[in-house]
Design a protein around this ligand. Structure first.
Ligand code: ADP
Ligand code: ZN
Length: 727
């Protein structure tokens, strides 16, 4: 049998939320312009759509032609294309949607263009000659009309015979347009005192030398830089950045949340005036487009940004820094579900750029990688000025919930106010989920399979694990100490505490920072700025307050109901709690006055115990044991699958069916669930979830696709690879 003749095609990542590339044929004159990373116009479902040319392929099926090539040079350079396609594949995402999301915001437009054919005109009427001369080589109809003092209709009419006689060609042309910056505002000039360290500490020098060597040999090596707040990590980044700049290279610096790390950005702007581009999701389309251009044409050689900045179009990339690498906000919670910290490591491999992961409290995954030699480890063990870490104290909480804050905390807040100093109160406002806790040993009843707490459901008085689906009736005695003093327990919230404080301290200037008071970056920025300037005396806030700030006059921090964090049904809750306490402590007493921290409501949990002594190594030792015994990362990989539907009954039926008729999964993949999601209903859609656990990411990937294929098409499905806080 003869093979059907195959023809050469163009593979295009069309800007649609579908997880595949599409094949198109093309006109021969376009072939030379098809370079990976250029955008093209393609017919897609009876419409025109934009996509990115990925490469050539072959097919014997019928294909449609690419309509136009939009870019002269690729807007996504070679390594960026590789990174984006790798991410789309690994995170089971739509490549076109991912590329659209990371590129400049531009819209597809069409215009009429007249082009001279080169044929020699005979004698022409004056008005026709004028048009022909004005065209020069080719010109858009709009401009041409203006030039000739005609309306578009008049031009159309006059040009018709020129086209007919073969002197002009009229064609439609596609182009992309985006908004331009209204005022050509320059980089903000930062007048900040620049104190270059006279000398680096021995530990800083060791880190700088090691990483500088990696930068030089372009081996894509990864270094975990572990150091307390104030130990000089940022100065290490600055020193390396300078070296890279001097060698003509580029740097990408990731920070968790731009608005919450404005001090960091300011410091870099002061050091590298004119070289900084800032990228984050809060930019206007015009600003984003401008920053994108400044980076790709080499004007900005240092990019600072939130997670999406990992996709900055930087040429000759030599250094990638991920500050606060443990931070969960590097993981995108909506599709595409990428983790920018992990992509930084991949990008280092693709480009040879040195990768630095910095943190006072490294993620278990990263520290584990350093332990097994995958990453190098550099440690900064001392605070620069040898200022001691603040004293951290644990106090009991009023279990009956009559008082919202322990007396010791209230006392301290008042004392600080009288001294003209500031206080910060952390509360986990997600304290809504109810748990069962023992009054004697203070243990929260947890899942034997997952080391997460069980959540109380009043209908049926049951306790449920939102990870694996394990469920028991509410026990009569404490599983840990056998006491009969179990009670339902529910945390407190920021708003309640704020009101309470206003009641007991009517004269104090109190502000609250959470999703409700600061739904936007600007609001959060404003609240933090007032606190930084000392206008606010007491700030009550959620975790978002802890990130990246330096408050000189902050001398007291309280972490209220710490077990709220610990008993959150997430296998990372101990890690997050340790991080939160350590960070909060690190931000307290950074001025001359020294600081104090009080933690309330904590059990004797090792996360708290070690955080009190600022001992990351000891925490790691305990936590890695717990992960090993429960089999969670870094000892396995996870994929989360969320199902949702408006019809609760139908969803439940589909889930029970899935549980009973689980498709055959590749060996080594363990399904957990399906189980009702912790947040069971969002925007009128009910939610169930499951997790897949295993060691091999290819097998997990395959398993997720099989499950997706097995579930009723009316059920919404979203797949989250390496999920964070998957609830
Ligand atoms: P981190 O990023 O670990 O919190 P920083 O780099 O911000 O630490 O350093 C903390 C403070 O110490 C900053 O004010 C910084 O300017 C200063 N600093 C850092 N390194 C040195 C040094 N070698 N000599 C003097 N001051 C330094
Ligand atoms: Zn469980």
């Amino acid at each position: 049998m003869t093979q059907p003749k195959k023809k050469k095609t163009a593979q295009v990542a069309v800007y649609v939320p579908l997880r595949q590339l599409f094949s198109y044929s093309f006109k021969s004159e376009d072939e030379a312009n098809l370079v990976p990373g250029v955008r093209v116009v393609v017919p897609f479902r009876n419409r025109e759509n934009v996509g990115v040319f990925v490469g050539f392929g072959e097919t014997d099926i019928e294909t449609k032609d690419i309509k136009a090539v939009l870019d002269v040079t690729p807007i996504f350079n070679a390594h960026l294309m590789k990174l984006a396609l790798w991410a789309a594949d690994y995170y089971i995402a739509a490549p076109g949607e991912l590329l659209r999301g990371i590129g400049p915001r531009e819209e597809l437009k069409k215009r009429v263009v007249y082009k001279k054919t080169g044929a020699q005109p005979g004698r022409l009427r004056e008005d026709k000659k004028k048009i022909l001369d004005a065209v020069k080589e080719s010109l858009g109809a709009q401009t041409l009309a203006v030039k000739c003092g005609l309306t578009i209709t008049e031009l159309d009419k006059a040009a018709k015979s020129l086209v007919k006689s073969g002197l002009l060609e009229k064609r439609e042309e596609y182009y992309l347009s985006g908004s331009e910056l209204a005022d050509k505002e320059k980089d903000e000039i930062v007048r900040e005192k620049i104190i270059n360290p006279a000398t680096y500490t021995a530990e800083q020098n060791a880190a700088i030398e090691k990483i500088a060597k990696d930068i030089e040999v372009k081996n894509g090596a990864i270094t975990l830089l572990e150091g307390k707040t104030g130990s000089g990590k940022t100065e290490v980044y600055i020193s390396l950045c300078k070296k890279v700049l001097a060698a003509g290279g580029g740097t990408i610096l990731l920070v968790p949340e731009i608005a919450l790390t404005y001090q960091f950005v300011r410091r870099f702007r002061a050091r590298f005036p004119g070289d900084i581009a800032v990228l984050h999701s809060g930019l206007t389309p015009a600003r984003r487009r401008e920053e994108w251009r400044r980076i790709s044409d080499g004007r900005a050689r240092v990019v600072i940004g939130a997670r999406s900045a990992i996709f900055a179009p930087m040429e000759n990339l030599r250094l990638i820094v991920v500050d606060e690498e443990h931070d969960g906000s590097y993981k995108q919670s909506e599709s595409p579900h990428y983790n920018a910290r992990d992509l930084a490591v991949v990008l280092g491999g693709l480009t040879g750029a040195a990768v630095v992961l910095g943190s006072a409290t490294p993620s278990l995954e990263s520290y584990y990688n350093a332990q097994i030699g995958k990453y190098a480890l550099c440690r900064l063990t001392q605070r620069i000025d040898n200022r001691p870490m603040p004293a951290v104290r644990i106090v009991e909480e009023d279990e009956n919930g009559e008082r919202l804050l322990p007396p010791a905390v209230i006392e301290k807040i008042m004392e600080r106010k009288d001294r003209g100093e500031q206080s910060l109160i952390f509360i986990n406002r997600r304290g809504a989920a109810s748990r069962v806790k023992c009054r004697i040993c203070k243990e929260v009843v947890g899942c034997p399979n997952c080391s997460v707490s069980l959540t109380y459901h009043s209908n049926g008085a049951k306790l449920l694990c939102h990870y694996c689906g394990y469920q028991i009736p509410v026990p009569k005695v404490c599983p840990a100490c056998k006491a009969k003093e179990l009670f339902n327990y529910r945390g407190t919230g920021t708003q309640k505490v704020e009101e309470f404080l206003r009641g007991v301290m009517s004269k104090a200037v109190i502000e609250r920072l959470d999703q409700d008071t600061a739904p936007s970056r600007e609001k959060a920025f404003g609240i933090l700025e007032r606190f930084e300037k000392g206008e606010t005396e007491v700030l009550v806030g959620t975790q978002m307050t802890a990130k990246g700030h330096d408050f000189a006059n902050l001398t007291f921090t309280a972490i209220v109901s710490a077990d709220d964090y610990l008993s959150f049904p997430d296998f990372r809750s101990a890690e997050r709690t340790f991080g939160l306490v350590t960070q909060a402590a690190g931000r307290t007493g950074r001025g001359e006055k020294g600081g104090e921290v009080i933690i309330s409501g904590a059990t004797g949990h090792y996360a708290i115990r070690h955080a009190v002594r600022h001992d990351y190594q000891a925490f790691y030792a305990d936590e890695i044991m717990a992960r090993k015994s429960t089999g969670y990362p870094p000892f396995s990989r996870l994929i989360g699958i969320m199902f949702d539907a408006i019809d609760e009954v139908r969803l439940k039926a589909a889930m029970l069916k899935l549980a009973h008729e689980m498709p055959l999964l590749p060996p080594g993949v363990e399904p957990l669930g399906p189980v009702e999601a912790l947040i069971y209903k969002i925007r009128n859609r009910y939610r169930w979830k499951m997790m897949l656990r295993g060691k091999n990411s290819k097998a997990l990937h395959e398993a997720a696709l099989r499950i997706e294929a097995a579930v009723d098409k009316n059920i919404g499905i979203s797949i989250d690879v390496d999920p964070y806080g998957f609830l």
